[in-house]
Design a protein around this ligand. Structure first.
Ligand code: PEP
Length: 253
């Protein structure tokens, strides 16, 4: 019998945050976490690369981990503007988000590239948070499970384990829109992903954390976090301030 995965609440700051306020905000969150005797979930902030070092320093000795928002598939080399997984690790990261729909859309990242990046992340000792999710058109066409299944198969590397991989289901149409799927829809997709993971990775697939992402906020977090096979959240907009993020963390604490 595989134990229920420990929830992870991950904040994706995207291209937001400056040194003047970011570390202070992260410290506020760490202070709130510090007051909890025995937290029942892990908490992560993925700031822009420019804030990794300031956040690492601000969060030293706290319970909040930091992560990158992307990494290159190669360990080093002539790739102007890119960051390798080893560099993220060297900057204090424990996690990296890979294959976020904004990267898939803005940078044309394919699931095959996502898999190469996931491999690189795992080789560097990072936990890869691999994002999958359908567009509004795909949902309307009844293709959700087909699309998500295809992305899963192609994006997850052979060596995925419950320790080095987290899967985030993020319907593209729910990101930053204020729209969310129904609880039943989330249950169906997460159940489908769990079955796929179990079939491919056995016990590791059963123990892998499965996050829901897309317009999670304090007002809907509790019902979303209570859905079967939802083991936490990937949060964009509502992770930028402790005032908005803490109520989400608190649902799992
Ligand atoms: C995200 O960027 O992964 C996300 C889920 O954003 P939001 O919470 O703002 O919808």
């Amino acid at each position: 019998m595989v134990a229920t995965p420990r929830p992870l609440i991950a904040g994706n700051w995207k291209m937001n945050g400056l040194k003047s306020a970011g570390p202070r905000e992260a410290k506020k969150l760490a202070t709130r976490m510090g007051k909890v005797a025995k937290p029942q979930c892990d908490v992560l902030i993925c700031p822009p690369a420019t804030l990794l070092a300031p956040l690492r320093d601000a969060l030293k000795g706290s319970r909040i981990a930091i992560g990158g928002q992307d990494c290159h598939g190669n360990a080093s080399g002539a790739h102007t503007g890119d960051i390798s997984a080893a560099m993220l690790k060297d900057s204090g990261c424990r996690y990296v988000i890979i294959g976020h729909s904004e990267r898939r859309a803005d940078h044309g990242e394919s699931s095959q590239e996502v898999r190469v990046k996931a491999d690189a992340a795992q080789a560097a000792g990072l936990t890869a948070i691999i994002c999958v999710g359908e567009t509004a058109a795909e949902r309307k066409a009844g293709q959700t499970l087909k699309v998500v299944g295809k992305q899963l198969t192609a994006s997850l590397a052979k060596g995925c384990t419950a320790k080095n991989t987290v899967v985030a289901y993020e319907p593209v149409w729910a990101i930053g829109t204020g729209l969310t799927p129904t609880v039943d829809d989330v249950r169906q997709v997460h159940g489908f992903i769990r079955a796929r993971l179990r079939r491919r990775f056995r016990d590791d697939g059963a123990a892998m954390r499965l996050l829901y992402g897309g317009s999670v906020k304090g007002s809907n977090a509790e019902e979303l976090m209570a859905v079967d096979n939802v083991n936490g959240a990937l949060v964009g907009g509502a992770s930028l301030t402790t005032a908005d993020f803490w109520p989400i963390v608190a649902t799992c604490i």
